[in-house]
Design a protein around this ligand. Structure first.
Ligand SMILES: Nc1ncnc2c1ncn2[C@@H]1O[C@H](COP(=O)(O)OP(=O)(O)OP(=O)(O)O)[C@@H](O)[C@H]1O
Length: 379
């Protein structure tokens, strides 16, 4: 997990108390029979935002998107778009369009005709359609492929046709359900940047559903992490990664080490946490943790140092044995089994080709970390 997102520094309407949300879910619940797919969920999305809904299969993210599109109605609660209650408004009358995966293209129609299809259905005059299609082809860089059929295109090109088709009608909001799911890794990465460029160029609001955390981290301005029909945290990719609000979110995005323990002492922004076997750590970023609370200290593997000698002057030092080593090319991850049995992951960037102090299996090892290298979690 290396990306910190698209980082549009000057774009942060969610932190402006004057900014009005463009899309608003208010206490939305959706039940299918006695199964609750979305549970009393509230969420704000801003105009021109690239917003990602991220969660495991079945957490309710597609249901949320389908309610926004108008394919489902909430059982209770409200969905507002630009201040207007969407209840009862059919999908085709909402300023919202859903992009389906590329296999939903019409196989017998040319690229041009595929893009023109929705406009024709709307009854747009032919000259306007031609102009719009040309504009869309240019936008997705497929001018040369206008008369090809979908099967004569690569997967990435088909994806771009699907995208052109879904933005041709100029919706205000584009909903994308696993838009890059059908593409291989390399193509997916390229297409992510194309999607981001397109969204900014057109000034659209994008809501994308994905279960791929790297994809969400790369593309989105903000991410909502969902679990069992509820939003667990909404924040920028960097905040989700560096300041998760719970064990669930910390464990869901990237790799994390959790030190479970009890707050033995609290002073200002520092706590001393005592683990099960008496090992102690002193850390910052403590939020509302209070003396006596059971908490977890969450720290990412790349923020832990590992050494074959006890480090001097480190605030937090724990001792153990190298249990496993995963060499990943750019990084190496050491699994250190601490003397209390817990296994801690420490990742080292392989910036030099040869490490001066190589550690190997079964060596004694010391891990250390700064008090501010992680966060204390109370839930
Ligand atoms: N029409 C329906 N009838 C009954 N149950 C449904 C219906 N649609 C969705 N569900 C259930 O609601 C839950 C949420 O479904 P949803 O499609 O929103 O999940 P998801 O997070 O998008 O998952 P995935 O990533 O697998 O698509 C699932 O348990 C699903 O089985």
């Amino acid at each position: 997990m290396k990306s910190l997102g698209s980082i549009r520094r000057d774009f942060a309407p969610w932190s402006d108390p004057q900014a009005k949300p463009y899309i608003r879910f208010e206490n939305v619940t959706k039940r299918f029979g006695d199964f609750t797919a979305v549970n009393n969920l509230s969420l704000s999305i801003y105009e021109r935002e690239f917003f990602a809904l991220l969660g495991a299969s079945g957490c309710g993210k597609s249901t949320l998107l389908r309610m926004l599109a108008g394919f489902e109605e909430p059982t209770s609660g409200k969905i507002l778009l630009d201040g207007q209650d969407l209840r009862g408004i059919p999908p085709y009358r909402r300023p919202v369009n859903m992009m389906f995966q590329s296999y939903a293209l019409f196989p017998h129609m040319s690229v041009e005709k595929n893009i023109a299809f929705g406009l024709k259905q709307e009854g747009m005059p032919k000259a306007d359609i031609d102009r719009r299609v040309a504009e869309m082809l240019k936008l997705v860089k497929l001018e040369r492929f206008a008369s090809r059929k979908p099967h004569q295109l690569s997967g990435g090109q088909r994806q771009r046709v699907a995208l052109a088709r879904s933005v041709a009608k100029r919706p205000k909001v584009l909903l994308l359900d696993e838009p890059l799911g059908a593409l291989d890794k390399k193509l997916r990465e390229e297409t992510q940047f194309e999607l981001m460029d397109l969204q900014q160029e057109l000034g659209l609001t994008f809501v994308v559903v994905t279960h791929d955390q790297e994809e969400a981290m790369t593309m989105a301005d903000r991410i909502a992490i969902m679990d069992k029909g509820e939003v667990m945290q909404v924040a920028t990719p960097a905040e989700i990664y560096e300041a998760p609000n719970s064990r669930f979110v910390a464990g869901f995005v990237g790799n994390v080490n959790l030190f479970e323990g009890n707050v033995a002492e609290r002073a200002d922004n520092t706590v001393r946490i005592t683990g099960g076997t008496g090992a102690q750590i002193t850390v910052e970023n403590v939020g509302d943790a209070a003396k006596g609370n059971d908490v977890a200290f969450a720290i990412r593997p790349e923020k832990i140092r590992i050494s074959s000698r006890r480090p001097e002057n480190a605030v937090n030092v724990l001792e153990g044995e190298v249990y496993d080593i995963a060499y990943l090319g750019d990084m190496t991850t050491y699994y250190v089994k601490l003397d209390d049995g817990q296994i801690v992951r420490a990742s080292i960037l392989n910036a030099a080709r040869i490490m001066d102090d190589p550690l190997t299996w079964s060596d004694r090892a010391w891990i250390s970390f700064r008090p501010d290298a992680g966060v204390v979690l109370t839930s």
